[in-house]
Design a protein around this ligand. Sequence first.
Ligand code: SAH
Length: 345
Amino acid sequence: MLPAELEEWMLSEGEPKYRAKQLFPRLHRGESPSEISNLGKRLQEKLAAAFTYHLPAVEQKLVSALDGTVKYLFALEDGNCVETVVMRYEHGNTVCISSQVGCRMGCKFCASTIGGRVRDLTPGELLGQVIAAQKDLGERISNIVMMGIGEPLDNYDNVLRFLHLVTCEEGLNIGARHISLSTCGLVDRILRLSEEELAITLSVSLHAPDDETRSAIMPINNRWGVDALLDACRVYFERTGRRISFEYTLIAGRNDSEANAERLAKVLNRHLRTREQTMPIHVNLIPVNEVDETGFQRSGRAAVAAFARVLESRGIRATVRRKLGSDINASCGQLRRTHLAKKEN
Ligand code: SAH
């Protein structure tokens, strides 16, 4: 519930409004109403009768000895599990949350999509990952990336409500500018998002410069091709003024040649740097994490460097993503899969 809704509920129960102001921040710190004794016994009982309060439970927790990255396998109320990762940066703790149990987008290199989509996460479960991680760590989380399991724009309404909740001043108060949402490219939803007046950062998983290469690894490209996707990105930038960053997973022999890089620079410049509009372009290069089931291999160091060089020479900022938590299997989808496989045996 948003603060105004909780107030309304209090009023409808004949309770004073200030009760909502008392309750809301503490719920968002991970306290259940039964623990908040200054609400009074009668109100606590009413709350218990009207609502359930569940935080994701820590099913498994791995801490990287290399860089302190923490990976949680969280169990939801119905026993389904999702992954949540906390990365420690100098500028603060960033949590990477999941948006669905599984995923139906079918990207060929991705572990999260192998068993399809089981269900969407509720706004409470999206928020609960942030609250539970912060509570377990005992440290403030200041940034959120929606890059875990699932396609956030395939769970649009719940994700939007979550964004309204997590940015609430009375709650976790994480500014929209500290939140990134990553999508494989649902064009209709990108356009819808551009009208929400939310200052979040959009990341687009591009992974290929042309339709032939992209369709071979990302089925969504059969619905919306590269041109339609980049057009939507331009509209998003024009409407929000927020630049978009592009993710590009480098897979040996599939999309990592210098010719691919030339084509990528060309198509990005053509769509995003028109005469009227020049969007700063940033490409995040990610050597693919090898997943047993997919058979894809990561590009070599020289190929990655050459790819980045071509982009830079065309005026496109390219960075190679630093790999965190490599000793704890911190990339999305893999821990949940191992857990499912164990349960089946
Ligand atoms: N569904 C959203 C967010 C989840 S995935 C999206 O597609 O953007 C977060 C990022 O990790 C995406 O860019 C995704 O393409 C990438 N990714 C998935 N599997 C990967 C792998 N095995 N190696 C490297 N990146 C991967």
